[in-house]
Design a protein around this ligand. Structure first.
Ligand code: GDP
Length: 363
């Protein structure tokens, strides 16, 4: 389901008529288009961004996220101020991560659940973490034909994965986008990810509830699934439990329940379970949402939610710090100059690796 262009800013217009307010970039923009673009749109100031986000304006929210994603130094400075001022207003949403192999029905599930919540007057933001999006053109949420109805709903805000950079970088941007969505009053944040590389771990570390969407296989349910992903899940939903597939889905569900029984729960005070659902007919989706609500209620009551989020923040600090330190270290002129020479000495066996490390660090 490849798309040729990657939308950088994709949200329904604030006119609430369902028109896309799409800003599409085709990869390389010519000086003329850049000029036309800057003429068309003045850069958002921090005050405008904060006011717009806090008043729940979707167009400004989308532009504030674009600022956060920008690599331009001035944009980054503005983004930092916006985030700092929005942060006290964030943190009130239910944060739910949804993972599953391509074709498991994540988009269909999010569309169904999102519409139910939006129709019940809840504001729902859908974000994505897809580290491959710059290569694939954004298969997750990058295709506008997905979640068509939800995209048009006035209570929904949908944002594809930021593209480019390391998984850490992509996830950091999505995390900041989540905080801005919360400050804009979105009560539910759904974060979709495909099981690529470590992206599930990144999403797990930014959400409260982590849902693994599965489909019934040929009987051997655990084939091809990373065990680590099951261990991170707060629940497994066997999707496509409809029509001829219903029996198979129920059997798979029993199998997952059995497996979960032997694993230690990821979230303290919560016993993960497996359920069946059909994102197409909607059967079972309400029960899944009820479970998420119960989860949040239990964890809020016993204070675990605050603890988990504080811990996530601390982990986040450390992981960003590590990335920044590495980048700073390797971009130092003395390291850039001398590392190739030391590398060659190691390659030729002239210098023991441990000594080489000491040498590089002393640079
Ligand atoms: P994703 O790649 O995980 O986002 O999967 P999609 O949501 O794009 O769904 C993949 C295919 O499965 C589509 O053709 C959907 O129409 C179909 N699908 C999704 N959920 C269900 C379901 O509950 N039942 C049935 N029968 N088909 C479904």
């Amino acid at each position: 389901m490849a798309v040729e262009r990657h939308p950088t800013e994709w949200t329904p217009g604030d006119d609430h008529h369902g028109a896309f307010n799409t800003e599409v970039m085709s990869g390389i923009s010519s000086p003329q288009t850049t000029k036309a673009h800057s003429k068309r749109r003045k850069k958002l100031s921090a005050d405008e961004a904060v006011d717009g986000v806090l008043s729940g304006n979707r167009t400004i929210l989308a532009r504030a996220i674009t600022l956060v994603e920008s690599r331009n130094e001035q944009d980054q400075k503005t983004a930092r101020e916006v985030l700092r001022r929005c942060l006290p207003h964030a943190g009130k949403a239910k944060r739910v991560g949804i993972t599953g192999t391509p074709g498991a029905g994540k988009s269909t599930f999010i569309e169904y659940l999102g519409l139910q919540l939006c129709n019940a007057n809840q504001r729902v933001a859908v974000l994505a973490v897809d580290p491959t999006s710059s290569r694939s053109g954004g298969s997750v949420l990058g295709d506008k034909t997905r979640m068509e109805e939800l995209t048009r709903h006035e209570n929904a805000f949908i944002r594809p994965s930021p593209s480019g950079g390391t998984l850490g970088g992509v996830a950091a941007k999505s995390r900041e986008a989540m905080l801005l969505c919360e400050a804009a009053g979105y009560a539910v944040i759904l974060i979709e990810t495909v099981g690529v590389g470590q992206s599930e771990i990144a999403v797990r570390s930014m959400v409260d509830f982590f849902l693994l969407l599965q489909i019934a296989g040929g009987g051997d349910e655990l084939q091809g699934i990373k065990k680590g992903v099951i261990e991170m899940a707060d629940a497994i939903a066997v999707n496509k439990a409809d029509g001829d597939n219903l029996r198979k889905a129920k059997m798979a569900c029993v199998e997952y329940k059995r497996v979960l029984h032997y694993l230690s729960p990821f979230t303290p005070d919560w016993t993960p379970t497996a359920l069946t659902c059909s994102a197409q007919t909607g059967e079972g989706v309400e029960e899944i949402w009820q479970m998420v609500s119960d989860f949040c209620a239990i964890l809020e009551k016993n204070g675990a939610l605050d603890q988990i989020r504080s811990q996530q923040n601390r982990q986040w600090l450390h992981s960003l710090l590590k990335e920044a330190v590495l980048q700073k270290f390797f971009s130092q002129p003395s390291v850039c100059q001398n590392l190739p020479v030391i590398e060659q000495q190691v390659e030729r066996g002239e210098l023991p690796v441990v000594e080489a490390v000491e040498k590089v660090l002393s640079l």
